[in-house]
Design a protein around this ligand. Structure first.
Ligand SMILES: *Cc1c(COP(=O)(O)O)cnc(C)c1O
Length: 387
């Protein structure tokens, strides 16, 4: 089977992990800060806080920004459930802003309209979480302008988008948001097996994220509320979690980070090849990448026009039957039973639902061969001419 995405590891990665395994520290050692500093430097952000997943990083990003019961958090319906669940962990209410069908990203026109209505009803969101779908950054300038106008905070869910650029600037630099989150799950751009990271320009937010990551505990003399009892002393100051990344994971992540730009350029080359194959097709429309951004191409998504629901399903089944893992990113989050139980109904975001009826994710990962891409294209064409 050709998967839709997978990691690419080499001897350097194996050596990096083995070196930690044979060292004194399996966790809470030097590899985690080394990985954090390297990601921060790569993205030109002053602070980066590693965690055991992007889901954890999104949760703590919400907490650090003060999200709590009664608050509202808005995100894109075209994302993995974690983009919305993070707000539910904080007992906040979630809502969804419809997407632009051409990019799959949150639509800033829809956002502006929804904000105007919410302002009139005194129901503005505390946080908005744009998701850089498939690796393409959202319209961050417009989002930052709306954030300033309406007074909400912004968490970029950049789980797909380490290595991407917006107006020549690295995603994660934090110039247009409060916190940016990356994922290092094996299907993402670089992997730490499991892992995530939250980047920010704000030192107070960074410290809050660090405290929350490890039980809310500090032993920093400057932060203690009473004199230290002795060398063993620490204080739990807030209710935190154990969301730490291990040194084994950080060593793998750091080794992978060295290959980030190679991975992203290979993903772009593979996407360009698919684009060229679909250029003459009127009913196959690849995602559009806007001219002022560079996608990290976590996913290669096409929209197939004119298929019925049954044909759309048959298409992905046909690919799978031929050894190709076609996939679909994403089911609109609010259509999940959990969110429908909270009161969401079909029709809430029409563009996201229309997109869901057309989208197919094709295999894209470093190491995918041209012959495999040709096979994917030929198989897709065979399906389309069979219907
Ligand atoms: C993968 C993903 C997450 C969750 O990442 P984990 O590291 O697996 O917790 C969150 N948001 C989006 C958009 C993702 O694709």
């Amino acid at each position: 089977m050709i998967p839709y995405g997978r990691q690419l590891l080499d001897q350097d990665d194996y050596d990096a992990v083995l070196q930690v395994l044979q060292s004194h520290w399996l966790t809470q050692g030097p590899a985690v800060p080394a990985f954090e500093q390297a990601v921060a430097a790569a993205c030109q952000a002053p602070f980066a806080v590693a965690m055991n997943s992007a889901t954890s990083a999104l949760h703590l990003a919400c907490l650090a920004l003060g999200v709590g019961p009664g608050d509202r958090v808005w995100t894109s319906p075209n994302s993995f459930v974690a983009s919305a669940n993070c707000a539910r962990y904080c007992h906040a209410d979630v809502d969804f802003v419809d997407i632009e069908p051409e990019t799959g990203n949150l639509c800033t026109t829809a956002l502006a309209i929804k904000l105007r209505q919410a302002a009139a009803q005194n129901r503005l969101p505390k946080v908005v979480i744009p998701v850089h779908f498939a690796g393409q950054p959202c319209d961050m300038l417009q989002i930052a302008e709306l954030a300033a106008e309406y007074g909400f905070s912004v968490i970029e869910d950049a789980s797909h988008a380490i290595g991407a650029h917006y107006q020549q600037q690295a995603v994660g630099n934090g110039m247009l948001s409060d916190i940016t989150v990356f994922s290092f799950h094996p299907v993402k751009i670089i992997t730490a097996a499991e892992g995530g990271m939250a980047l920010t320009r704000d030192p107070a937010l960074a410290r809050k994220l660090q405290l929350l990551r490890s039980h809310g505990i500090t032993s920093d003399a400057a932060e203690l509320t009473e004199p230290s009892h002795g060398p063993w002393y620490y204080q739990q100051q807030i209710l935190g979690f154990n969301y730490r990344m291990t040194d084994l994971q950080a060593a793998l992540g750091l080794s992978q980070l060295h290959k980030l730009s190679t991975f992203v350029s290979e993903r772009n080359q593979l996407a360009t090849f698919y684009d060229s194959q679909f250029a003459g097709h009127t009913n196959i429309v690849p995602l559009h990448v806007k001219s002022d951004r560079h996608s990290s191409y976590h996913l290669y998504v096409i929209r197939i026009k004119g298929l019925s629901r049954r044909q759309h399903k048959a298409c992905v089944e046909f690919l799978r039957g031929k050894g190709i893992v076609g996939h679909l990113h994403y089911i609109p989050i609010y259509l999940q039973p959990y969110y429908q139980q909270l009161g969401f109904h079909p029709g809430h975001c029409p563009n996201a639902e229309h997109y869901y009826a057309e989208a197919v994710t094709l295999p894209l990962f470093p190491g995918l061969k041209t012959s495999e891409q040709q096979y994917v294209v030929a198989t897709l064409n065979a399906f389309l001419s069979s219907i």
